[in-house]
Design a protein around this ligand. Structure first.
Ligand code: NAD
Length: 291
């Protein structure tokens, strides 16, 4: 049987570490980190994600400042709010919940966030730091899901040098940044996508597979070599024959007994993503305190 990496337990450790750091900052007379969350419109999935993020913030002692705006809020107003939050010393992290309504240019909005408060790590400055391997030393912030993927991998892999890693999906929020982090650890990284030829053959050569395609049960047992580690980032809602809907990942995990380790969906990458949002917020607040 493959070892099932417990994302919930690992995430609880990350949250506990963040909470301890917050308590320490407050005990030393500092302010608790503040995270501003902007939600435009009432997309039900976004409401759920924002609710979870805010609940976890509370657990760690992070102040969350919610800005819920109507769906028809003009782009200029969203940009104006970001300017105000950038200038507010009580706000250490700014998160804009995606997707934004169609009349708002998401790239423009994300580019407006002060890179030092960009706890999602999507600002071009932070993307650049990640690409040049200077996130830690250069004051950069790394996107939460890729950061969570690395912590899950770190729980089963000590040395990445020379490992063959196949990343499935090349999005800016998962595939590309996770590839950059793995390259920094000197893995040999192959980034694949919808147009990749013979993907099962490519995947079979991998010591590590990171699946972030958004395609239910794409990665089958015969794609995975014995002893490989498989991280399943996918979150896909599917409807069973009996009409019930449930969440599945990008991997047919029930076919992966021969893997060394796998992450479950739910309970794998998802909780780590939120936990890393908290650790990024604490990091941003600590940097602001010494700046
Ligand atoms: P995206 O749609 O932006 O990108 C998907 C990528 O996968 C593309 O590069 C595409 O070419 C590739 N792809 C799609 N189908 C494929 C196929 N059949 N074969 C090979 N490649 C294929 O998606 P995203 O935003 O990166 O998200 C990917 C998945 O991860 C989604 O299911 C999403 O819900 C999930 N996700 C989970 C978390 C989390 O916290 N667990 C966070 C972000 C995204």
């Amino acid at each position: 049987m493959a070892h099932v990496i417990d994302g919930k337990a690992l995430a609880a450790e990350v949250v506990a570490r963040a909470a301890a750091e917050v308590a320490d900052m407050v005990a030393k007379g500092g302010t608790a980190p503040g995270l501003a969350v902007i939600l435009v419109g009432n997309d039900p999935a976004s409401e759920v994600y924002v609710g979870r993020k805010i609940a976890q913030c509370r657990k760690a002692g992070i102040r969350s400042i919610e800005h819920r705006l109507p769906a028809d809020t003009p782009q200029e107003d969203v940009l104006g709010l970001i300017d105000a939050l950038n200038a507010d010393p009580q706000v250490h992290g700014i998160l804009v919940q995606l997707p934004l309504p169609r009349h708002i240019n998401a790239a423009l909005v994300l580019d407006r966030i002060d890179p030092a408060k960009d706890v999602d790590g999507f600002h071009p400055v932070n993307v650049g730091r990640l690409s040049t391997g200077t996130s830690a030393g250069g004051g950069g912030l790394v996107p939460c899901t890729p950061l969570g993927v690395m912590l899950l991998l770190d729980s089963v892999i000590e040395d990445y040098r020379g490992l063959n890693v196949v990343v499935i999906g090349k999005s800016n929020i998962v595939g590309k940044p996770v590839s950059m982090l793995l390259l920094e650890r000197e893995a040999t990284v192959t980034v694949t996508h919808i147009e990749t030829r013979d993907l099962p053959d490519v995947a079979r050569k991998a010591d590590v597979i990171v699946a972030a395609a958004g395609a239910p049960h794409l990665v089958r047992g015969y794609w995975v070599k014995p002893g490989a580690v498989v991280i399943d980032v996918g979150i896909n809602r599917v409807t069973d024959h009996d009409g019930n809907s449930r969440i599945v990942g990008d991997c047919a995990t029930h076919e992966l007994d021969h893997a060394k380790a796998v992450t479950p969906v739910p309970g794998g990458v998802g909780p780590m993503t939120i936990a890393c949002l908290l650790s990024n917020t604490v990091l941003a607040a600590k940097r602001a305190a010494v700046a």
